[in-house]
Design a protein around this ligand. Structure first.
Ligand code: AGP
Length: 622
């Protein structure tokens, strides 16, 4: 399983060598982040493969030491490990059918454990801990059996039995002029060359060889030969891909056509949340957090949770605090990692420490987690980077699946961290009996609707961008929020600071009259995150009165409110609406306009939004 990139090629005699094409494709796909890489080609000896953990250079060294013969058919993969560590053995391709079949895969096969049991019972032996090898074995068994030696048919039959998200590429020794690929909830495009054809996770995988591409739809399979490609659905019914001309340059292709990784990652957020949610509930509706390696009895004994994190990750913890306390009735303290161990904290064996870190390498958080462990606490890491130090040293890990976050300022990881923390809260609620299965199912159903709602906010963000461009000369912006809107206000302020170098500050709206309202003067822009007007204990009226207080003193109010909340219009220069959603899930939507605003304003100022001044993506010093 992996989240990196896949590349495949098939050439006629006058085409490019398979290995050159695949390695160039993997190099182009490096930006997607990965922690192992591998290739497989079809030669006179059948399938030959090389794969290594670590960076592409390790694979190139291996190929130098153990060269592969020339070939016209090949596949390659950079793996961003999620389940199963970044090792040589877990790297792709995975072989099956006695080494005659090679398969690479991006995504998550949700039912791989069940399939593995069935295949093992049929005598299939596995050498890795990945779901990909299970998919390869399934394709191999079907190729030899029901598919009668037809690789396309074997892929169709296999995909009918796979659940989850996957891009699969397969080659078989017995069909040397064919590469077969399939996609569900994971990207795959075809490149059409002259006497040769290509496959890639995105066009950057083959942009050096052709700009004619075919985008495949959901649940489609493509079979390529040197001079043909054929698309079907999973049942073998002929289907159509969408042909287009790639007009990006290679650099743009790596950013998915966006001008920056920051913009790409803001737009990756529906997928980041969806992938983090994927495969978490069993068929009985109960949550299953496979990688959570803490004994349930110890989790039941937990009487306090301390969240350790820095920056945006700390704000994710602050959002999660509201939900976890509400669902589990356990006190949650959110601590800045760099403050934690210097205040002689109260930590013991019944304390669960949750270390939230996108990079998994933040030294402040690592040192704080180590201190907590020395005090007897169990540490659970919520992390986006498989194999990094914090999850490696933790007692348990819950990975976010946002994919690599390249831009220094965190966006998609933030939403994924909140999502993962909510899954933890629901799991604890399920384990401790605070939540019934039906309640968990309802909340998971609401969470499952969030990716589409984020997309709606993204699709409606032109007005936010337009406002941002008019405010390029602004010198200070304030952000107000209440309840879960308070950490959102602080995150919005942090984005503006990091990207546009503008003084910005987030406040709890109720705190205004205790001092900060002195900051309000004529024309002062203030973002206000307004809670939903629905529900019993609506804070809506209180926040509206906070808006009135600042408007009476000259503030220019920019309001984020729930669709249909027309009451705020009388108190706002600008209103940006977000779809209706339960209060605890609103941060996953309300944050997005603030990210877009900060990115657009910084762009209008001509700043590098991917690499802001003075900042590092991972602060590995205390
Ligand atoms: C967020 O935009 C910043 N880049 C920064 O605050 C970051 O969240 C913080 O340094 C923590 O990083 P981590 O999540 O990798 O531990």
């Amino acid at each position: 399983m992996g989240r990196g990139g896949s590349a495949g090629t098939l050439a006629g005699p006058e085409g490019h060598g398979a290995l050159d094409v695949v390695l160039e494709g993997l190099r182009r796909l490096e930006y997607r982040g990965y922690d192992s890489a591998g290739v497989a080609v079809i030669t006179g000896n059948g399938i030959e493969s090389r794969k290594k953990s670590g960076k592409l250079t390790n694979l190139l060294d291996e190929l130098q030491a153990n060269p592969l013969p020339e070939s016209l058919t090949g596949i390659g993969h950079t793996r961003w490990a999620t389940h199963g560590g970044p090792t040589d053995r877990n790297a792709h391709p995975h072989l099956a059918d006695g080494g005659k079949l090679a398969v690479i895969h991006n995504g998550i096969i949700e039912n791989f454990a069940e399939l593995k049991r069935t295949l093992s019972a049929q005598g299939v032996e596995f050498v890795s801990e990945t779901d990909t090898e299970v998919a390869a074995a399934l394709i191999g068994e079907l190729f030899r059996g029901e598919a009668g030696g037809d690789l396309t048919r074997a892929m169709q039959l296999a995909c009918q039995r796979l659940e989850g998200a996957f891009t699969l590429l397969a080659i078989h020794r017995d069909q040397p002029d064919t590469v077969v690929a399939a996609r569900r909830n994971s990207p795959l495009v075809v490149g059409l060359g002259d006497g040769e054809n290509f496959l890639g996770s995105d066009v950057s995988g083959f942009i050096d060889f052709t700009r004619r591409a075919v985008e495949l739809g959901q649940d489609q399979i493509v079979t390529i030969t040197p001079d043909s490609f054929e698309v079907t659905d999973f049942n073998g019914k002929p289907a159509q891909g969408r042909e287009f001309q790639v007009d990006w340059d290679a650099a743009a292709a790596e950013k998915g056509g966006f001008a920056s990784f920051m913009e790409k990652e803001i737009n990756d957020q529906p997928e980041a949340v969806a992938q983090t949610l994927l495969g978490r509930a069993g068929l009985d509706g109960k949550l299953q957090l496979d990688e959570l390696r803490i004994d349930p009895s110890q989790l039941k004994a937990v009487d306090k949770i301390i969240v350790l994190a820095c920056g945006t990750s700390a704000y994710a913890g602050q959002v999660a605090k509201y939900a976890i306390e509400h669902w589990c009735r356990i006190p949650v303290e959110v601590e800045l990692s760099h403050e934690f161990r210097y205040r002689d904290p109260i930590v013991n064996a019944n304390t669960l420490v949750v270390a939230i870190s996108q990079s998994g390498e933040t030294m402040d958080t690592l040192m704080a987690a180590r201190y907590a462990q020395e005090q007897g606490a169990k540490v659970l890491a919520i992390c986006n980077t498989n194999g990094s130090t914090i999850p490696r040293e933790a007692d348990a890990v819950l990975y976010t699946h946002a994919g690599p976050e390249i831009a220094v300022a965190s966006t998609k990881a933030f939403l994924a961290q909140i999502t993962a923390a909510y899954l933890l809260g629901l799991y604890l609620g399920q384990l401790r009996g605070n939540l019934f299965t039906g309640q968990i199912r309802d909340i998971l159903a609401d969470l499952a609707k969030v990716p589409a709602k984020i997309q709606t906010v993204l699709d409606d963000s032109d007005q936010v961008k337009k406002l941002a461009r008019t405010m390029a000369d602004t010198r200070s912006v304030l952000f107000l929020g209440r309840h879960v809107g308070f950490p959102v206000a602080m995150e919005g302020a942090l984005k503006l600071k990091e990207l546009a170098y503008i003084h910005a500050e987030g406040f709890a709206a109720g705190e205004l009259k205790h001092g900060p309202i002195a900051l309000i003067e004529e024309g002062q822009p203030v973002f206000v995150i307004v809670p939903s007007p629905r529900g019993r204990n609506s804070l809506h009226a209180k926040v509206v009165s906070n808006i009135q207080e600042i408007r009476a003193r000259g503030a220019k109010t920019i309001v984020i409110a729930e669709e249909g909340d027309t009451a705020v219009q009388a108190y706002a220069e600008h209103v940006f609406y977000i779809p209706e959603t339960p209060t605890l899930l609103a941060p996953l939507l309300a944050t997005v306009p603030l990210q877009v605003f900060a990115c657009e304003l910084a762009t209008a100022k001509g700043y590098d939004v991917d690499q802001p001044r003075n900042l590092a993506k991972s602060v590995t010093v205390e």
